[in-house]
Design a protein around this ligand. Sequence first.
Ligand SMILES: [Zn+2]
Length: 462
Amino acid sequence: MASTNGFSDGRSSREGWMQVALQAAREAGEKGEVPVGAVVVLDGEVIAVGGNRPVAGHDPSAHAEMVALRAAAGKLGNYRLSDCELYVTLEPCAMCAGAMLHARLKKVIFGAYDPKTGVAGSVLNLFDYAVLNHHTEVEGGVLQDECGALLKGFFADRRKREREESAMADVLRTPEDRFAHLPGYAFKPHYIGDLKGYRGIRIHYLDEGKGAKVFLCLHGQPSWSYLYRKMIPTLVAAGHRVVAPDLIGFGKSDKPVDDALYTFDYHRTMLLNFIERLDLTNIVLVVQDWGGLLGLTLPMAMPERFAGLLIMNTAFAGGDLPLGQGFLDWRAFSNKNPDMAVGKLFARSCPHLSPAEAAAYDAPFPGAAYKAGVRRFPNLVPDHPDAGGAAISRRARDWFRTEWNGKTFMAVGMKDPVLGPPVMAYVRTHIRNCPPPFEVAEGGHFLQEWGEEVVREALKVL
Ligand SMILES: [Zn+2]
């Protein structure tokens, strides 16, 4: 970090310091934050630089000024910064102005005016209230064109990206008549077409029953909410609400055709945004297969929303354990069959299904073009520690072992060759207070197809 602003050409030092703040703003913008930067200066030296980081820090207070003030106070060992000046590229908000007044800064110099939330003259002027402020001078408009252009460019780029996102032409929608008269699936459809980050993609979910507790049922590969049809009525009859989304590329949700679009993060962020959009609380997370690979990483991101866990044949996808021959065989089979016969697969692994029930698993996929999400999943299972989703899955595993406070019910389909008893025994050691599993001797990988008895047992615990 340069200790002076480096301007020897006669330009005012104010502008030089604002350039330092602008550089911090640019760096914040490159990380996807609103580009605002701040610098604290004392006796012609930089004490601290701060860039906006509320997104990365999950911290509404992490405005550039707050970041810089905290660092400066820490460095000087004093929360009073009476002889310091703070340069910031955007007019401060009420929170930051409050902190600046508490710090008793000598002077605040800002760049662009903020007509929406600025409190150094735009919306109001907190620095003008003699009752609040005896110390801090304020001056606006230094390099305001440059500071403002950075923000305008950032928001224009973001709007452009959102337009591209929604204009994504190559999204297929399964014709509605494919879903007519499916056995056991007389549930009312619900749709969201403008989920944050996924505008233009219609996401389908079931929302049955009423109750304080919400059973959030996440399906995996290559199934859809149909998989939960046997569990939903029992849960609803017990006085609970059940929400079961179809992942993008599955069930009645839209299906982008580009295989590469589907990533661990693409699905995970959809689920996080979906939970926020429906504002689900008191959630019992119900997971199996990819529903668990993705779903188990959700509670640590929003722990206040989760109360329980019903976990069936799944795993933490940490990328640091061998995947096992069963899975490798499955992945090879999937990659050799880009138009995989999904219904046949269900008929094989759940022999008690009627032909019409097995065929219902084919309903979402009129052709191979609809199966990009299906094809992609086996290749998204992290197979090395740096694979997408692996680090976050390891964090989730640690979190469940040490922080999880909810009730857990584990059920294991004992005939699952991939995510069966040995895998689940390992998973159990990483879930705090997980009782011994309920073992379904005849149960296979898709344990929800043995779901009535699983729910009956689970409700004794959850
Ligand atoms: Zn602020």
